[in-house]
Design a protein around this ligand. Structure first.
Ligand code: FAD
Ligand code: SF4
Length: 475
């Protein structure tokens, strides 16, 4: 029987949202420690009290994986923290990750009824708090796994691959994840910096996967060592999931892109996060970042690239974006943190050319001011150049963070059908054109979010179970 929750009125609750303790900007800009240290138990209980326990909770509808949000908050209030974790992990396998990186202001918190009059309930911070309890306490789901004799291969160890692997392992499959890089985690590991998502949180999630019996084989570039066709052929995988992400950086094609000092945000972030360039000479990864860095773009990747540049010792970091703050795709918190840390924002500015110092190095950007016109296909107002508004911006490093394309290797080395943009084409169940091969996450949708990639991994796992005629435990 479902328990009746105590429904509250908005006038009964604390008007202020419980603040998140954070490192001071002047201090944190010199280290890679996590910016937000997380709620204490008292903070979590105080914030949980602000939830009205709506019977038809809009926040649940707005969550891409439909977490029972009032359900887990109710368990927090009852101090049944393990119960809270079980409610969340019914829908989302990685609360400590998603509590930190999900764009809650566009999802659950964006529609929370409390937000109509006051600041919305801090759902993400509560989710993170519960997720951290599980990480610190080494909690794992007690799953009885009945082996079913099916062998499944997963290509890519990002959130899509991890979610798919976990569900299929729980259903009794023998699962192997193949990862091109030397550490698993995908963008969680190589893209999102430690000060937003510490490695220990990702390690805990991967450890959980291994406890389910999943084998993780790193340094394995599928498409070069073996193909997808070989996996379902001579390697005898009964089914394969492709979650290879969208890691190929885009450039603009303007003059000067060949100069020394131009790089993509993915390269900068991978060298820093995965290859520890910030810890030179202990880790022998050169970076050659200049003192004045201009980052083109204003999404999460751009914010990460700018904040990493500051931590690596840049004196000045510019954000050059052709639209305004309102159209910026980054999470609000990331923009606020970047601003506090001293990033200089050049809104409504488009680069026209990267300038040469005469010796093949970057000496600056030639930019043009923009204004906003009518909405384009994305629904955002189109930037229109303002005539005669060109200006120069002195810098010695230019970082591109204007989006990414599909990783091309699988498309180049297999007969799998791609769409017109080079992403893998699937049907509504995420089945590809090769029988038994499924795909999901950024390699299908283009760059999106962690929770959407995880949702796709789980959706594919359901379809793969059906394809393999498996009845999972508990279903
Ligand atoms: P990925 O995470 O890209 O993982 C794909 C994996 O496949 C990688 O490990 C790759 O090495 C591996 N691979 C690729 N090709 C092969 C091959 N041929 N053989 C074997 N392995 C292969 N989203 C949010 O929700 N919130 C954020 O704050 C946020 N910040 C971001 C910051 C940055 C810098 C970036 C780049 C993205 C950010 N995103 C954020 C987006 C989010 O991380 C992605 O949408 C998500 O990680 C996609 O998951 P995925 O599993 O599809 O792919
Ligand atoms: Fe609680 Fe807000 Fe969800 Fe209502 S909409 S259940 S107040 S988090």
């Amino acid at each position: 029987m479902t328990k009746m929750r105590k429904i509250k009125k908005i006038r009964d609750i604390q008007p202020e949202r419980t603040p998140m303790p954070v490192q001071e900007p002047a201090e944190r800009v010199h280290n890679f420690d996590e910016v937000a240290s997380g709620y204490t138990e008292a903070d979590a209980l105080r914030e949980a009290e602000r939830c009205l326990m709506c019977p038809k909770a809009k926040c649940v509808d707005a969550c891409p994986v439909s977490i029972d949000i009032p359900g887990f908050i109710d368990r927090i209030l009852e101090k049944d923290y393990r119960g809270a974790w079980e409610v969340i992990t019914d829908a989302n396998l990685m609360p400590a990750v998603c509590g930190r990186v999900c764009p809650q202001e566009d999802q659950c918190e964006g529609v929370c009824v409390v937000g109509k009059k006051l600041a919305p309930v801090a759902v993400g911070r509560l989710e993170r708090w519960v997720g951290d309890m599980a990480v610190n306490g080494g909690w794992t789901a007690e799953t009885r796994i009945e082996p079913n004799g099916k062998k499944v291969g997963i290509v890519g160890s990002g959130p899509a691959g991890i979610a798919c692997a976990a569900d299929l392992a729980k259903a009794g499959c023998e699962v192997t994840v193949f990862e091109a890089l030397h550490k698993p985690g995908g963008v969680l590991r190589y893209g999102i910096p430690e000060f937003r998502l510490p490695d220990c949180v990702i390690d805990a999630e991967i450890e959980n996967l291994k406890r389910l019996g999943v084998k993780v084989e790193c340094n394995t570039l599928v498409g070069r060592l073996f193909t997808i066709e070989q996996m379902v052929g001579e390697m005898s995988f009964d089914a394969v999931f492709i979650g290879t992400g969208a890691g190929t950086p885009r450039f603009m094609g303007i003059d000067g892109e060949y100069l020394n000092g131009v790089l993509s945000a993915n390269e900068l972030l991978t060298r820093c996060n995965l290859m520890k360039a910030g810890d030179f000479p202990r880790h022998d990864t050169p970076l050659g970042l200049g003192r004045r860095v201009a980052v083109i773009g204003a999404g999460n990747t751009a914010m990460d690239a700018m904040r990493v540049s500051l931590r690596l010792g840049a004196d000045t970091v510019y954000c050059v974006y052709r639209r305004t703050f309102d159209e910026s795709p980054a999470r609000l918190e990331e923009i606020e943190h970047a601003e506090e840390e001293g990033v200089e924002f050049h809104w409504l500015s488009a680069p026209l050319e990267i300038l040469d110092d005469g010796a093949g190095n970057v000496r600056g950007l030639r930019c043009q001011r923009m204004e906003l016109g009518e909405p384009d296909d994305s629904g955002r107002r189109r930037p229109v150049p303002v005539e005669g508004s060109e200006y120069g911006l002195d810098c010695d490093t230019v970082v591109y963070a204007i989006g990414t394309d599909a990783n091309p290797i699988i498309g180049q080395t297999s007969g799998i059908e791609l769409n017109q943009w080079g992403f893998i084409a699937t049907d509504e169940n995420l089945a590809t054109s090769i029988p038994g091969v499924y795909a999901g996450g950024d390699i299908v949708t283009g760059g999106a979010t962690v929770i959407l990639a995880m949702g796709a991994g789980r959706k594919a796992a359901r379809a793969m179970r059906e394809h393999l005629s498996i009845t999972p435990n508990g279903d």
